[in-house]
Ligand binder design. Sequence first.
Ligand SMILES: [Zn+2]
Length: 291
Amino acid sequence: MRTFDYKFIDIHVHITPWDAVKPEIAAAVKATQADPARLDEFTTDPHKLVAYMDEHNIEWLGLINYLSPDVIGYTEEINNFTARFAAAYPNRFIPFGGIDPRRTPRVAEQMDHLLGELGLKAIKLHPPHQLFNVNDYLFNKELAGLTVVYEKCIEYGASLMVHTGTSVFKGARNRFADPLPIDDVAVDFPDLKIIAAHAGRPMYTETAFFLLRRHPNVYFDISSTPPKSLPQYYPWLERVADKAMFGSDWPAPGVKDIYDNIQQFLALNLSDEDKRKILRENAVKVFNLFG
Ligand SMILES: [Zn+2]
């Protein structure tokens, strides 16, 4: 095995209690895992997950969770789970939480709870699973509280991740898959760090590229595309290598192993410098990991 003088960061994994999601979704996830018992171990025991990370030169993982009571099954309880899990290793996990202003009468207090008391480092919004657009504060009174979500993220130095691109889970609605609404958020909240997860794959990658070039604080992760297909999906990847972060999306259906994806990424025809930025340095900066 080649040795590296830096450690890897995967900003996008789904560490979730599988009884918190709808049974058919848990079944779909487990169906493509070679070792479903290992999946259960890694998602219930932070020590086992960290042992795996140590073995594979992975320093940090971004633990992605969000609210989606109707489509996926995630309720506010998922934020407590993520905070508890991450608290076992605060120097190895970047915990992401979720919010829906329609379910939370006092958005500011809830954001203080999530980013203050629970210590979450980022908020994830998933438009096709939450059934709103991130710029709906402009159009829908019920979602006016999104502005408070963004202001609180800035106040706490937390990032906002937005799922972009289609989702094929049952109940997902893909009219919310287009990344373009991020443009309004980046215009109205220029200090907010926004991560366009998946960069709009597969239908909206040109839009994502436009947003990345237009807005200094818009970043993306390359998760949920098989690494060998990255040049095909993102032919412009090298032009925005300063804004790209590695994500495996493990254990989403079809993603067998985190380190396997890292190795596939390392085999790509990119410069060592770009690989290092994408596998580590950009995430260190965006999440201020050693601040
Ligand atoms: Zn994901």
